[in-house]
Design a binder for this molecule. Structure first.
Ligand code: NAD
Length: 346
């Protein structure tokens, strides 16, 4: 594995992955392709820029010319994170989600196949299985996405797997549960609640906060993605779960404790449309076949994450006041920007 092309490497999970994979001795070069939307920040790559292995390309995965020239530069592997990723935004911007998540994936897999990439990892989500009220979805379970974000990711998964089946692209799909950790844009529930509670601002829970999600530390997800990159069988899907199941209300309880706030800081608001009650994935395939095992404990991981937001208020304060959001929002999303205060379950 000499040269890894990482799309969306300036985002939350992608930047953690770049900082991990760049340390691998058998990786000589890491190229990041990122459009730097409102959610992407080059600062997320931090210390990775000290390595002469890193090359950053500001560009869009839907731009076939840019993607083709990057694939021609000889990456042996591609890890594809770039996406519109926020469920709340997807209700009002479904076209932008379909465009980046589905058409962008098609541009990438086509170019990767043409240029003979050895391995392509398409990063997806447990939300493609839709709500799972009992038990856990396996990789063979039907895709029943409900919210527009999940619909676009499920369609992208099919585009990606189709490129394996019809074009022979050596491709794997990962589907992980909800990630948490430092460097996440403060619109999703964990960083949104922490940044609000640290400022003494109330947080809002949809309905009674009963929606259940599995909370996985971002570094555990990145370890799983690396295992799939190295040893995953082409054509296979791997669920990456094994975090902690919590209702949004239970998560809120942890965050109130960590931030020194009380339930007085919590307001209840009506639920959003099709807010899936529960997601749950069976991750035994990745455990048994690839040795994937999440290592982070929830309490430690949440405390460490909240501490990161406390220490880095200079980074996120401009985001929560709207300045940087306006500066970098892509035109397609501008009319639909929801206030950052809209809480959500994932
Ligand atoms: P993010 O929103 O933090 O980052 C997305 C990155 O993609 C940003 O850097 C953005 O600039 C870039 N991007 C967006 N559109 C682009 C385009 N057209 N061209 C090039 N770059 C573009 O997202 P994240 O939370 O880091 O998620 C990364 C991937 O993991 C996504 O595919 C997401 O669906 C998946 N995922 C996320 C979670 C989670 O809990 N965050 C869970 C499961 C799966």
């Amino acid at each position: 594995m000499k040269h890894v092309l990482v799309t969306g490497g300036a985002g939350f999970i992608g930047s953690h992955f770049v900082k991990r994979i760049i340390r691998a001795e058998d990786v000589a070069r890491v190229t990041v392709l990122d459009a730097l939307t409102y959610a992407g920040h080059i600062e997320n790559l931090g210390m990775a820029f000290l390595s002469d292995k890193l090359r950053f390309v500001h560009g869009d995965i839907r731009d076939a010319a840019v993607v083709d020239s990057l694939m021609a530069s000889g990456p042996t592997a591609v890890v594809h994170f770039a996406a519109e990723s926020h469920v709340d935004r997807s209700y009002n911007a479904a076209d932008a989600f379909l465009s980046t998540n589905v058409l962008g994936t098609r541009v990438l897999v086509d170019a990767a196949q043409r240029h003979g990439v050895d391995k392509f990892v398409h990063v997806s989500t447990d939300e493609v299985y839709g709500p799972w009220l009992e038990g856990a979805a396996t990789e063979d379970s039907p895709l029943r996405p409900s919210v527009p974000y999940a619909v676009s990711k499920a369609a992208a998964d099919l585009v990606a797997l189709g490129a394996h089946q019809t074009l022979g692209l050596p491709l794997c799909v990962t589907r992980s549960s909800n990630n948490y950790g430092p460097y996440q844009y403060p619109e999703k529930v964990m960083p949104l609640f922490v940044t609000r509670l640290l400022r003494g601002v109330p947080v809002t829970l949809h309905d009674r906060g009963q929606h259940v999600r599995n909370w996985l530390h971002v570094e555990d997800n990145c370890a799983g993605i690396e295992a799939v990159l190295r040893d995953g069988e082409p054509g296979e899907v791997y669920n990456l779960g094994g975090g902690t199941d919590l209702s949004t209300k239970e998560l809120t309880g942890h965050l109130l404790n960590i931030c020194g706030a009380t339930w007085d800081a919590v307001m209840y608001i009506p639920d959003r449309p099709s807010n899936d009650a529960r997601y749950s994935i069976d991750w035994s395939k990745a455990r048994d076949q690839l040795g994937y095992r999440p290592a982070h404990h929830l309490e430690d991981g949440l405390a460490e994450t909240a501490e990161w937001y406390r220490r880095n208020s200079d980074r996120w304060a401009p985001l929560t006041s709207g300045g940087m959001r306006r500066r970098t929002a892509p035109p397609a999303l501008r009319p639909s920007l929801a206030p950052l205060e809209d809480g959500r379950a994932c």
